[in-house]
Ligand binder design. Structure first.
Ligand code: PMP
Length: 374
């Protein structure tokens, strides 16, 4: 059988495995930060109807510039941030992953460097690799915050072309304070003109306001967001950026023509029309996260600060073993490779109850049994 490495693949891909959490058939799946609530029936009906309207026109390519969707997203961002954003500043793609890939294609590439603060969303480093951009990992402090002094030194020394800041951070959970982002932005510009991308995939779940208003005065600042999490529409594949209109022009140089299908654009519009219903789940998930944090803490776990719809907790002497023990209790969570820590998405109240029960059992097994103590 021919293997990848038998093919003339790029050297950077030799010996690599594809990204993705294990897809296991388990009763409780809290491993990929999905919104646990299915779309409401009224929205499903509206979507079905809209697909019917669009389907007849599928002989034509979609709107290459996604003008209607960009206007709809701009209205949504304006309403939710209280800051007027027009469609020229908004650019959507198939998930914020594709938006980030387009940013790397436009501003990274061979001979260029991107810097991120790890542990963080590992796709950033993979997209860097795929675009031939050198990835520089700046390590967060013990409580997973960004230490401005060491970050400033790294920026001055490495002079990156792109900086990625995930806020709230995945997998660790906390938002990055706005003033930290601004200091990083200024420090990065001192070294060279540099694009600073704030990945706000989980922004709606945080008390901290979106940094969208800051892009107005800062042509090198980009905020990325997604409909996968707060809107509960991960299957739709729509993410977007908000930035200076010149940034939108730049990503249009690298985007594939007709990258967003007519169906995707139409269904995203329907989801936006129902945004009040969909975003109501955000408050429920925030409340559930608070409950999960307090119950995990009561069991004895340490839970890292979270502004996101997931929690990172531990400590575990052997994360692999603890992950497997949770799985043995029917609950799939995520080992993101952070030493001593695992991450669990916030689910429905019933899913969270099952998770907490498993966490309690694992705590007992590992502290009183023959297994490695916590
Ligand atoms: N950014 C972060 C921090 C994420 O966790 C994710 C998804 N897990 C994404 C971006 C990408 O999400 P999507 O492509 O679904 O918008």
């Amino acid at each position: 059988m021919t293997r990848i490495d038998d093919l003339p693949v790029r050297d950077a891909l030799r010996g690599q495995a594809s990204y993705g959490a294990p897809e296991l058939d388990v009763p409780i799946r809290l491993n990929v930060n999905e919104n646990p609530y299915p779309l409401p029936a009224s929205l499903v009906r509206a979507m079905t109807e809209r697909v019917g309207q669009v389907a007849g026109g599928l002989n034509r390519y979609p709107d290459r510039n996604a003008l209607e969707l960009r206007a709809g997203l701009a209205r949504h961002i304006t309403r939710s941030t209280g800051h007027l954003v027009d469609a020229q500043r908004v650019w959507p793609a198939n998930g914020s992953n594709e938006v980030i890939q387009q940013l790397f294609q436009a501003f990274g590439g061979p001979g260029r460097r991107a810097l991120g603060f790890d542990p963080s969303y590992t796709m950033h480093a993979l997209i860097a690799r795929n675009s031939g951009t050198t990835w520089i990992s700046c390590i967060r402090d013990e409580s997973f915050g960004i230490d401005l002094r060491s970050a400033g030194e790294a920026l001055a020394e490495q002079r990156p072309h792109l900086v990625l800041i995930t806020s709230p951070n995945n997998p660790t959970g906390a938002a990055v304070p706005a003033r930290t982002v601004l200091e990083l932005y200024d420090a990065a510009q001192k070294a060279r003109p540099c694009m600073v991308v704030v990945d706000e995939a989980y922004g709606e779940f945080s008390d901290q306001p979106s940094l969208v208003p800051l892009v107005e005065e800062r042509p090198h600042l980009v905020v990325t967001r997604t409909m996968s999490k707060a809107f509960g529409a991960a299957g739709l594949r729509v993410g977007y950026l908000v930035a200076d209109p010149a940034v939108v022009d730049a990503v249009q140089l690298v985007r594939l023509p007709y990258h967003l299908s007519s169906i995707t654009q139409a269904l995203a519009m329907v989801a936006l029309e129902h945004s009040d219903t969909l975003l109501a789940y955000v408050e429920q998930l925030r409340e559930e996260r608070r409950r999960v944090v307090s119950e995990l803490t009561a069991i004895g776990y340490h839970v890292d600060e979270s502004d996101a719809p997931f929690v990172q907790f531990g400590p575990f002497d052997d994360t692999r073993q603890a992950w497997q023990a949770m799985l043995d209790h029917g609950v799939l969570i995520r080992d993101n490779g952070v030493p001593g820590r695992l991450r669990a998405s916030t689910g429905t109240p019933a899913e969270n109850d099952a998770f907490l029960q498993a966490a309690r059992a694992v705590w007992k097994e590992t502290t009183t049994g023959a297994n490695t103590p916590l």
